[in-house]
Design a binder for this molecule. Structure first.
Ligand SMILES: [Ca+2]
Ligand SMILES: [Ca+2]
Ligand SMILES: [Ca+2]
Length: 214
């Protein structure tokens, strides 16, 4: 059984972040029929994301978790009230598009999440807009507002996600490939997207969201 909510899926693109060029790294495969997202590695990454989105750690993702996420990034990070509102709106739209009703009874378990993300990965238009929330995370943790994330600010990112400080230093060392001690917004977006898109173990983006769950 496969969930389909096609009427909700065809929502037009409106956000600026959707324009970030993605085709170059995602559609380079000539084999268009290939079913992506079958590897153990990719599924492990998605389970890691599920665990981070399950902010209250009750094993399922709910709308409440999405709003808690906005709270954490606004409070621990540094979102202005306006940016927080905009972030909540993006999360709210994302929720309704992907999961439907806003209701305390609408709960997304790990298996359902994997199935849905697998579907998104294999749908070009869904794939393009599933990272609209990343710029808000960046904005929230770029504490000094210089447009780059330092290792101290990356610690803040992990703090918002409730991941240990030590892991932030390790992850940062992996993803800061030119070793200049900074992650630009462009890099942040690329890494965040690549975490979702690639099944290549050798890519540093696997460190983006901290240690992968078992
Ligand atoms: Ca939860
Ligand atoms: Ca900064
Ligand atoms: Ca760098």
């Amino acid at each position: 059984m496969i969930r389909r909510m096609s009427s909700k899926r065809n929502v037009h693109q409106s956000r600026a972040s959707a324009s970030v060029d993605e085709e170059s790294d995602s559609d380079s495969d000539s084999d268009e029929e290939r079913d992506l997202g079958q590897s153990v590695f990719w599924r492990r990454k998605m389970r890691t994301l599920h665990s981070h989105l399950d902010v209250n750690k009750d094993g399922v993702i709910s709308y409440e978790d999405f709003m808690l996420l906005a709270d954490r990034f606004a409070d621990i990070g540094h979102l202005t009230p306006e940016a927080k509102k905009e972030f909540q709106k993006v999360l709210s739209d994302m929720w309704q598009e992907q999961w439907g009703e806003i209701s305390p009874y609408n709960l997304v378990g790990v298996e359902q999440y994997l199935e849905e993300m697998h579907h998104v990965l294999n749908d070009t238009s869904l794939k393009r807009k599933c990272h609209h929330f990343l710029p808000f995370l960046f904005k929230a943790v770029d504490k000094d507002g210089d447009g780059e994330i330092s290792v101290e600010e990356y610690k803040l990112f992990f703090k918002c996600l409730d991941i240990d400080n030590d892991h932030a230093v390790i992850s940062f060392a992996h993803i800061d490939q030119n070793e200049d001690g900074k992650i630009t917004e462009k890099e942040f977006m690329r890494l965040g997207r690549e975490f979702f898109l690639t099944e290549d173990h050798t890519k540093p983006s696997k460190h983006f969201w901290g240690p992968l769950v078992d």
